[in-house]
Design a protein around this ligand. Sequence first.
Ligand code: NAI
Length: 241
Amino acid sequence: MSEKLALVTGASRGIGKACALELAKAGYDIIVNYAGNAEAAEKTVQEIKALGVEAAAYKFDVSNKEEVDKSIAEIVEKYGRIDVLVNNAGITRDGLFMRMSEENWNAVINTNLSSAFFVSQPVVKVMMKQRSGAIVNMASVVGVSGNAGQANYSAAKAGLIGLTKTLAKELGSRGIRVNAVAPGFINTDMTKDLDTSKFTDFIPLKRLGEPEDIAKVVKFLAVDADYVTGQVLEVDGGLII
Ligand code: NAI
């Protein structure tokens, strides 16, 4: 076991998986949280272990406070510390505002925003005892710019940005840094049904991002950026300059 542990939510695929692998390359043992796909989570665990660090998969729904509390307590009991938390898990339920159901509003707010409250609270408790830690929240450029058809998702991601800045102010004196990454269009399951070819025209770097593009910045903020807190780094190929 290495001396440092990172917890990445929604880490069985996509951006979360890439973050888990990047932090493993930096020498962190990794807790791979997943919602349902045990096989994919186990595959991620094996890929992490092949990099020479420890990894374990924990199934919990980040939008369910009871499940979160139980799992984090188990993790803390077993490992004794959490050095990095990446609040990555998220979903979309797109639709125009006037047709948006309460169910789709709540699902997106709970999974993308309330989850960060549920997961961060018990993790921060541990980090406060350590007097060190770093949290990276996965926001989105639409949390900065807004986006037609994504009122629920934009509101949740904007909320995450507010949470990031507030926690940075509250926790800085305890040695805990809190930052956010705001990805643009990234090639993952979340965007696979969109016709993304038309977006590349508007992206100065003329391509979609890859999960690894986000993971490198998450690792920078979590591990290297000792004097950076409360920041939102847009990683979008220049989309919303
Ligand atoms: P994805 O759909 O491949 O991954 C999302 C992950 O979150 C999955 O592993 C899923 O199982 C997990 N998840 C969803 N609900 C969960 C729950 N209740 N409990 C635990 N895990 C849960 O999508 P992607 O693109 O990798 O998304 C990762 C994060 O990046 C999300 O927060 C998303 O909003 C954000 N993002 C993605 C962008 C993109 O273009 N792909 C752009 C901006 C932000």
